[in-house]
Write a protein that binds this ligand. Structure first.
Ligand code: GYE
Length: 335
């Protein structure tokens, strides 16, 4: 009996301390979420204005930032999704300024139109870090740093690989699926590709239109291209994988074989594109790394510690051509 009572008491103590612990955890979590006072002076508050969720790439970027900054004891992340609209991003930045965040991270949907809101951030002494896309401003001091890829190089690499694949003595009619109009990622990827084509006049862009970086629009535009130019099309250059994946569907529905009858090159490196490449449905993947959370976290920490951070923080990226390369890389793809 005594033995039983003892173990019952032991159990009670255990249960009580457990619920105490759990209660403790809950209340700190609640406070951390609800009021900023608890952690003021400790956590670095970062306001992130994200473009939207138009592509697999962007979803991966959001996840990386939420995982790195959202789960860290060093940061408090304020996240805002602009649903592809610049006006929403401007509103979000104004809110971040009003909330006196420590740093603003901005993934700008387009290149122009940022001057006045960024001037407000500068006047409020809040540094702005650009993430993944660039902007055009007369006053370079309106942002501190850009974290992201070299889109011109990506476009050049896509063109070089496509020429190699088709054969440099051959001719090819190419259709281009552009990204969002006015986005640096679209403008520069177009420029890079065109740079290489200038020296290879047998490779011509016969049609070029925006598919807004989405799968649905990529498919829609490709359907129109096939309707007007059909079997005359030798290759597709898509500014991102999602549009290429839409194009693959359109080509199949048209009755041709993507990756064989029509060669495909695109940029990003999302898993779905690797899966399509492993099946031979697309040919060239130029990687563009969306996992920018750790680099953003480091840049913000350095900035707050008074260190100078590079004007352009680049990411390591690779190229994948053909079925075998895709198959080999697939198991280790992180996004
Ligand atoms: O390639 C595309 C996304 O800005 C680099 O935006 C980014 C691009 C990316 O929607 O998939």
């Amino acid at each position: 009996m005594l033995k039983q009572m003892k173990s019952l008491a032991g159990l009670l103590v255990l249960v009580m301390s457990f619920s105490l612990l759990a209660g403790c955890n809950n209340s700190t979590d609640g406070k951390a979420e609800g009021s900023s006072n608890t952690n003021k002076g400790k956590k670095i508050v970062v306001g992130f204005s994200q473009i939207g969720a138009e592509s697999g790439w962007r979803t991966a970027e959001t996840k990386s930032i939420k995982e790195t900054l959202g789960n860290s004891p060093d940061f408090e992340l304020k996240f805002s999704d602009a649903q592809q609209k610049q006006e929403n991003q401007i509103k979000a930045i104004r809110n971040f300024i009003a909330q006196k965040v420590d740093v603003i991270a901005l993934a700008p949907v387009v290149e122009t139109g940022w001057e006045s809101v960024l001037k407000k951030a500068k006047d409020a002494k809040i540094p702005v870090i650009l993430l993944d896309r660039g902007i055009k401003v007369k006053d370079d001091s309106l942002y501190t740093s850009f974290i992201g890829s070299d889109f011109i190089l990506e476009g050049e690499n896509a063109a070089k690989e496509l020429i190699k694949l088709v054969g440099s003595g051959k001719k090819a009619n190419i259709v281009e699926l552009q990204g969002t109009v006015g986005a640096s990622a679209a403008t520069d990827r177009k420029t890079g590709f065109a740079n290489v084509l200038k020296d290879n006049p047998d490779f011509k862009i016969i049609k070029s239109q925006s598919g807004d970086f989405t799968r649905a629009k990529g498919k829609e535009v490709m359907e129109a291209f096939l309707k007007s130019d059909g079997k005359n099309i030798d290759a597709v250059y898509a500014h991102n994988d999602d549009m290429a994946l839409g194009a693959i569907q359109a080509i199949e529905e048209y009755g041709l074989k993507p990756g064989e009858d029509i060669k495909i090159a695109s940029i990003d490196g999302v898993k779905d594109a690797f899966e399509a490449a492993a099946q031979g449905k697309t040919n060239i993947i130029v990687e563009c790394n969306p996992l920018l959370g750790p680099q953003l976290a480091q840049a913000v920490k350095d900035l707050k510690a008074g260190k100078e951070i590079p004007r352009w923080i680049k990411t390591d990226e690779s190229l994948f051509v053909g079925k075998d390369a895709a198959e080999q890389a697939l198991p280790s793809r992180k996004y």
